[in-house]
Design a protein around this ligand. Structure first.
Ligand code: FBP
Length: 553
């Protein structure tokens, strides 16, 4: 296989473990803390998880290893979207497992959770693992979005584990995957299978975090990658002085990615979906907000700028969500065929006009035609509009252009407005993990094995104190049930890990809020540059502004 010079060099990188895990396996002991309770709905969750609820928080310390000596056969699964560092979770898990007992085995179930059900796997060895150390991607075993959630699937999983003598499963995934990890752990415990389940917190979206999990892995590298690109665009904009760049960044629902990129690069505009929702902002209000910045900058001779748009924003605009719900209803069942049979866009438009309420039609009417058509063409397998495919960067620039045309008419705006569009998402999901993610992920995997070795199940591998250097990090585990509450999902009450949205009272948003007016009118760009893997720690090992602000740094 031909590999790049950087990949070759990264093979040699030794990820940093938390101080207490650095003295060898024989010197890791466990300290149990308090019994835990779920964050809400305690009685209901306790009843749903009788075998795994209320367990103790634990931390690891330097001391004599008193875990039971038995052969461990562990299965690992990558679940959901790629996030930089996933390979290192597996490498850390493998290294701890082999260091404990060379007879221990690690199975990798292929292409996501379905690999466990289909018994599709490989068994790792040194040669295979070494090819993936400190690299991006999930191609080591592949990933997938199948959910492990039904009793039938759990029964098959138990059979597969029995067949291979598997003693534990590690699920590397986001909030939903780890919710399912907790349910699987409970099933295995209730059925005395002897199989433990441990989760590891993954997602570039950064929305799996709470008072125990300081951040999900991959967020650091992905936001650094996008911030590099945004910074480069800012510098280009400030050089040519002729374009407004509308940049959509990934993050299916929460705006953590957009906000972190804004904190890193200080653009003129960054929308935050959670604020749009809280203030019940309309499309027109958002467009006016951006147009104000364009107008003020134009008055100072700056006909250029950069606006960051979070991927999920349109779903947070109340009038837009209503429109989407009505469109889904309008095309439900056989009505979609009737609509598709109409020969021209004009006929289709008349059908839409007939079917939508006046309120929603008013919103629909102001959308650019391309977006209008997207709403009716791109459907998911359930027939719903795929909101994540809506080109919101184009939507907002078109709405701003309309506003500016009105302002030109009224004589308040005299500038020029040329917009360019970008979407940064997949570019960041498989980058070589930053030193932070390489270290954090390796530690999560290594630590996951220690949880297995000490007999825990239904726990999330937890590494904390992350804004400090790695030797000060704290390793341990938290019962997943502690992070759960009951939420209404698809018409049913379900125990789930609460998704973390951007908190408008939180320090990262407050910092942004305090500075955004100045950034909107002036050119305060910051150019983070590319991720650095070699050099001084204050360039190479720093984590995100979000984490630093949250931890009061
Ligand atoms: P996870 O929550 O599974 O980590 O995935 C997040 C994400 O990268 C979102 O940011 C994005 O909206 C989505 O996945 C894209 O999904 P897909 O890879 O299926 O296109």
């Amino acid at each position: 296989m031909k590999i790049s010079s950087l990949q070759k060099a990264r093979y040699e990188y030794s990820p940093k473990l938390p101080g207490m895990l650095r003295h060898g396996i024989s010197a890791i002991c466990v300290k149990e803390g308090e019994e835990t309770q779920s964050v809400a709905d305690q009685e209901t969750i306790k009843a749903l998880f009788p075998n795994t609820y209320g367990k103790k928080e634990i931390t690891f310390e330097k001391g004599e290893n008193t875990s039971e000596a038995k052969k461990q056969v562990v299965g690992v699964i990558l679940s959901g979207g790629q996030a930089p560092g996933g390979h290192n979770v597996i490498c850390g898990l493998y290294d701890a497992l082999k260091a404990t007992n060379p007879e221990n085995e690690l199975y990798g179930f292929k292409n996501g959770p379905s690999g466990l059900i289909e018994d599709d796997y490989l068994i790792f060895d040194d040669e295979y693992i070494d090819e993936y150390r400190n690299t991006g991607g999930f191609d080591i075993i592949g990933s997938g979005r199948t959910k492990l959630e039904t009793q039938e699937q759990f029964a098959v999983a138990a059979e597969v584990c029995k067949k291979h003598g598997i003693t534990a499963i590690v699920i590397i995934g986001g909030d939903d995957s780890n919710t399912n990890a907790a349910v699987l752990a409970e099933y295995f415990a209730a059925n005395n299978t002897g199989v433990q389940v441990i989760g590891c917190p993954k997602t570039i979206d950064g929305d799996l975090k709470n008072e125990d999990i300081e951040c999900s892995f991959g967020f650091d590298t992905a936001t650094k990658t996008y911030s590099e690109l945004i910074g480069n665009i800012e510098r280009d904009a400030n050089s040519a002085k002729k374009y407004w760049h509308f940049i959509k960044v990934m993050g299916r629902s929460a705006s953590h990615v957009a906000l972190e990129c804004a904190l890193e690069t200080q653009p003129n505009i960054c929308l935050v979906s959670e604020e749009v929702s809280a203030k019940k902002m309309s499309l027109s209000q958002i467009a006016d907000y951006i147009a104000d910045s364009v107008e003020k900058r134009a008055a100072k001779g700056m006909n250029f700028g950069v606006a960051i748009i979070p991927e999920g924003v349109v779903e947070f605009v109340p009038e837009f969500s209503k429109l989407i719900a009505e469109i889904n209803e309008l095309l439900a069942g056989s009505k979609a065929d009737e609509f598709n049979a109409l020969p021209t866009w004009k006929d289709k438009y008349a059908f839409i006009e007939n079917g939508l309420t006046k309120e929603s039609m008013d919103v629909f009417a102001i959308l650019p035609e391309g977006i209008q058509q997207q709403l009716f063409l791109e459907r998911d397998p359930h027939g719903n509009v795929q909101v994540s495919l809506i080109e919101s960067e184009k939507l907002f620039s078109a709405l701003v252009a309309d506003k500016l045309a009105e302002r030109k008419e009224a004589g308040t705006y005299k500038g020029k407005f040329n917009a360019l569009h970008h979407f940064f998402g997949y570019e960041g999901r498989c980058a070589f993990p930053s030193n932070f993610d390489a270290d954090y992920c390796y530690s999560l995997g290594y630590n996951a094995f220690m949880l297995i070795q000490y007999g825990y199940t239904g726990y999330l591998s937890k590494i904390s104190n992350l804004s400090k250097p790695a030797n000060e990090w704290v390793a341990g585990g938290m019962p997943i049930t502690k992070m759960m509450n009951i939420e209404r999902r698809h018409g049913e009450d379900k125990p789930v890990i609460k998704k973390a949205l951007v908190e408008l009272e939180g320090k990262p948003f407050k910092y942004f809020e305090a500075h955004r007016e100045e950034w909107a009118e002036n050119t305060c760009y910051v150019y983070p540059g590319a991720i650095q893997y070699y050099g001084p720690a204050d360039v190479c090992d720093i984590t995100t502004k979000t984490l630093a602000l949250e931890q009061g740094e």
